[in-house]
Design a protein. Structure first.
Length: 484
């Protein structure tokens, strides 16, 4: 218990600033109201009292007891040699009246001055309410504090702190006491900074600032060894009883489901999200129900990349918003022009077939996408990594593609070149070193290709790029009749 009191004493802060001259008022010959102690109190600050003797070689100080009758008793005296003394007050209880007896070795009739330090309130109440951080005054975190003779009084008196010099706070280990009013945002204590990691803070009533050099005595009469006089009473009190306030840490950010293979993001219900680009974060958007959005939709028209930040929405007056979950978005992009060479256009002819006496066949077509090239690298000088061919299979064709590169690709077939598939279109994956065969291919079908998404490496899927057309070989048969 003694250690606890000592530790509490070490955090008494700022002040009780006072410059009270005891000895400036001499004994009144008519009333005998006060005997001169020959010592002045220059200040009471940081749980210490500074004294200066007047024509004295020693200063004597004792913690006095004052009975209901006003009788003063001092069980022992601390002797400070010289004309100056600094007296430690940290062991004094802050919730009861304290009396300090002071005198010099030349005091009149050896009568001390009595300095009364009034007690602070015995109870304190502090309640923390998280804010929503909207920047609006009503949504800033709030701390309501009250004091009183008992806990119920303190609770009923609790109110937001706006007046300077009323209450002060400190963190558990790493900060000195600060006036709460000096740490405000929009007239309220800015506790938002503590919500990220969570914190324990302590609050207490501050000592009242007193006027400079008060010299008047108080109203309480005391008597020492038969001499009756009036004690000095400070306008200030020791700092009040401390209240512990727990500020919960924000919850972890919510799980955000990203489908890298389809370029979609599933946002959880009761969440807020925003996009962070190279400029500033966009405004928060509320999301009451679970929703799936495409990467392109989240990035908008003007952004190719950006960070999506998602958090659980705050519960007003109950719970702060969670931390942000961050997800790097990359809008699906086509293969760079240097990395792809589309296949030949379909070949047709209206020329007269070759005329021979034997009626020989004339062929054209058969290339198209088979002449396409895909490269990996930035220069475009790299070798083609995609082997492409097709051959007849019944009434249709079979398309064969072998991936000799390092990336995984996806291909899909459309009825014609103008029908570009959506990012969510069904596609066939071609892993490095693998060969795929696509059946049921028709003449003039069009092949699109893209880089595949990969959840393991967090690689977003690319956009489809036109690779080439299926140009089925055509045969014209020349005859004698045709050449006649």
């Amino acid at each position: 218990m003694q250690l606890k009191k000592l530790l509490q004493g070490t955090v008494f802060a700022a002040a009780l600033a006072v410059c009270t001259m005891i000895g400036a008022v001499y004994a009144d010959a008519a009333t005998g109201e006060f005997a001169d102690a020959k010592v002045s109190v220059s200040k009471v600050e940081k749980a210490e009292m500074s004294l200066t003797g007047q024509g004295t070689k020693e200063i004597l100080v004792g913690v006095a007891k004052v009975a209901k009758t006003g009788k003063v008793t001092v069980s022992s005296w601390d002797v400070y040699e010289g004309t100056n003394a600094t007296v430690d007050l940290s062991k004094l209880s802050n919730v009861k009246d304290n009396y300090i007896a002071i005198k010099g070795d030349n005091a009149v009739n050896d009568i001390p001055a009595i300095v009364k330090i009034p007690s602070a309130d015995k109870a304190i109440s502090a309640k923390y309410t998280p804010g929503t951080e909207s920047g609006d005054k009503k949504d800033v975190a709030v701390l309501k504090i009250g004091t009183g003779a008992k806990a119920s009084d303190a609770k009923s008196n609790a109110a937001e702190v706006t007046a300077a010099g009323s209450f002060e706070y400190r963190t558990a280990y790493s900060s000195a006491w600060k006036d709460i009013a000096s740490e405000t945002a929009a007239d309220k204590l800015n506790l938002t900074k503590y919500q990220n990691q969570g914190a324990t803070i302590y609050v207490r009533a501050m000592e009242k600032t007193v006027k400079e050099a008060p010299s008047a005595q108080g109203k309480e009469k005391v008597s020492y060894e038969g001499t009756e006089y009036v004690a000095y009473e400070l306008d200030a009190k020791l700092p009040g009883k401390e209240a512990k306030v727990n500020i919960p840490a924000r919850a972890k950010g919510p799980a955000v489901s990203a489908d890298y293979t389809k370029a979609t993001v599933k946002l959880p219900k009761n969440s807020e999200y925003r996009l962070v680009t190279s400029t500033i974060p966009a405004a928060n958007t509320a999301n009451a129900t679970a929703a799936t959005k495409t990467v392109a939709e989240l990035l908008g028209e003007s952004n190719a990349t950006g960070w999506l930040e998602v958090r659980t929405a705050p519960q007003k007056d109950k719970k702060a918003a969670s931390k942000w979950t961050r997800l790097n978005l990359i809008k699906p992009a086509e293969l760079a022009a240097a990395n792809i060479k589309a296949g030949d256009a379909p070949k047709t002819t209206t020329a007269t077939p070759e005329t021979t006496a034997k009626g020989e066949k004339v062929e054209y077509g058969g290339d198209g996408v088979a002449k396409a090239e895909v490269k990996e690298g930035a220069s475009g000088s790299e070798k083609n990594i995609m082997d492409i061919s097709y051959k007849p299979s019944g009434k249709a064709y079979v398309l064969t593609m072998k991936n000799n590169g390092d990336k995984t690709y996806e291909v899909t077939i459309t009825a014609q070149k103008t029908t570009k598939p959506a990012d969510t279109a069904k596609a066939t994956k071609i892993a490095p070193g693998k060969t795929v065969t696509l059946k049921g291919i028709q003449d003039n079908n069009y092949v699109f290709i893209r880089v595949a998404g990969d959840k393991r490496t967090k690689t977003w899927v690319g956009a489809f790029t036109g690779l080439g057309v299926i140009d089925v070989p055509k045969v014209i048969v020349g005859t004698k009749e045709a050449t006649s």
